[in-house]
Design a protein around this ligand. Structure first.
Ligand SMILES: Cc1cc2nc3c(=O)[nH]c(=O)nc-3n(C[C@H](O)[C@H](O)[C@H](O)COP(=O)(O)OP(=O)(O)OC[C@H]3O[C@@H](n4cnc5c(N)ncnc54)[C@H](O)[C@@H]3O)c2cc1C
Length: 379
């Protein structure tokens, strides 16, 4: 059913900048509510960047609401436990009291969202870069085209032009550590004895600080998050320096040999962005454009998807889009703010290395159910 603007009598229209997880979520959710939606992606194709991703109860509930959950569950994996090792000895095994969580390749999640966006009728334009936005509801593209809309969504990532063209006040900083993220073949049968279906968060503090987050995505694909301080030239080198990684994690050698072959690997520092506000007039920022966070709690995309989905709920509930956006930020932002702060603290102190660190506070965002708007998973 069409979603009509009461003043103009026309179907309400949203212009969305960015075809990542946040932009696609907003696009599908608004379209499902009857909006006309155009999504602009500056790259020449709609594809995921990065390697693997963890989603928790909050993100999985969004996928359910979008009609994409079944697709995502096929070809992804929930490990029996999240295990933490220090110097190659197990220190904890966490199961989160049954809280749903899942690991997958980013490609898998992105493909499911793109296919759902197509199915519901989102217009998706590639090679379409947003360059400026205007709080009155105008989006200007790199071609010079100016598009009018009832709602503009800036989902254009950490370097957001939508955000910067409007001049939101922001703090941005990078953490000491960074990460190389790769997908390699599982090679489970070559790894020797061990519970290789688990997530294993392998920490080492000597002779160097190096961590591997071993994350099986499905029967064939393994996501390796290889963390080292930015100040360590060998740990942060790409393609990976096989010798330094095998020296520290010899039992993973078959996987590390595969990792060393990946010449397109990238080392990324952890970035945090904090804004004074996520909205201005008819413009809302979602995802990393609004709140890039350290990945310690694996919630950047989860929060992005919850916030984008919640936006689609609130523009239905409140009369004017401008008022709805203010209400939306007030309602949903505190969860993301707390998650972002704790993630930054965990990253700065390398807290996950202690094991058993998924406390109720650390799982707050994960436990949120955006459909019912409650914390549905008791601790
Ligand atoms: C190491 C690491 C591990 C992480 N692990 C997890 C995890 O396990 N779980 C989790 O939930 N989160 C995780 N995150 C966070 C997560 O990756 C991000 O929060 C999430 O991908 C943000 O999505 P987004 O759509 O906001 O931004 P992006 O994914 O950056 O998408 C932005 C899109 O906009 C496009 N674009 C950019 N500029 C323009 C423009 N001007 N016009 C049009 N299009 C434009 C880009 O090409 C891109 O397609 C991790 C992050 C890092 C760094």
């Amino acid at each position: 059913m069409a979603n009509v603007n009461i003043t103009s009598g026309k179907t309400r229209r949203a212009q969305i900048a960015g075809g990542g997880f946040a932009g696609l979520t907003a696009a599908i959710a608004l379209r499902q509510n009857g909006w006309e939606v155009t999504l602009h992606e500056k790259s020449s194709e709609l594809r995921a960047f990065g390697a693997g991703i963890y989603l928790w109860h909050n993100g999985l509930r969004v996928l359910e609401a979008l009609g994409a959950l079944d697709d995502v569950l096929q070809g992804s994996h929930t490990p029996p436990t999240y295990e933490t090792w220090m110097h190659n000895k197990s220190v904890s095994k966490e199961t989160f009291n049954g809280l749903p969580w899942r690991i997958m390749t980013r490609r898998h999640l992105h493909d499911a969202l793109v296919s759902r966006a197509r199915a519901v009728g989102v217009e998706m334009r590639v090679n379409s870069e947003a360059v400026t936005a205007d709080p009155k509801g105008r989006l200007t593209l790199g071609t010079g085209e100016v598009l009018e809309a009832d709602l503009i969504v800036g989902a254009d990532g950490v370097g957001s032009k939508v955000r910067d063209s409007i001049g939101f006040k922001q703090d941005r900083w990078s953490a000491t550590d960074g990460i190389i993220r790769l997908i390699v073949p599982r090679k489970k049968e070559e790894l020797g004895d061990g519970e290789w279906d688990n997530t294993i968060d392998m920490w080492n503090f000597s002779p160097r600080v190096q961590r591997i987050l071993y994350s099986p995505c499905n029967k064939k694909e393994l996501y390796l998050g290889m963390m080292a301080p930015a100040a360590d030239p060998r740990g942060s080198r790409v393609p990976i320096d096989l010798e330094v990684w095998v020296e520290m994690f010899p039992f993973l050698e078959p996987c590390l040999v595969e990792a060393a072959k990946l010449t397109t690997a990238r080392y990324d520092k952890y970035e945090t962005t904090k804004l004074d506000s996520w909205t201005r007039g008819k413009v809302a920022l979602v995802g990393d454009a609004a709140h890039a966070m350290c990945p310690a709690l694996a919630q950047g995309a989860g929060c992005s998807m919850v916030n984008a989905f919640s936006l689609s709920q609130d523009v239905e509930a409140v009369g004017s889009v401008e008022d709805a956006l203010v209400e939306w930020e007030k309602r949903i932002r505190p969860i993301t703010d707390r998650c972002q702060a704790l993630s930054a603290d965990y990253a700065a102190n390398r807290s996950l290395s202690k094991g058993n660190m998924f406390t109720p506070a650390a799982l707050e965002a994960a436990r949120y159910d955006p459909i019912r708007r409650v914390y549905s998973w008791p601790q």
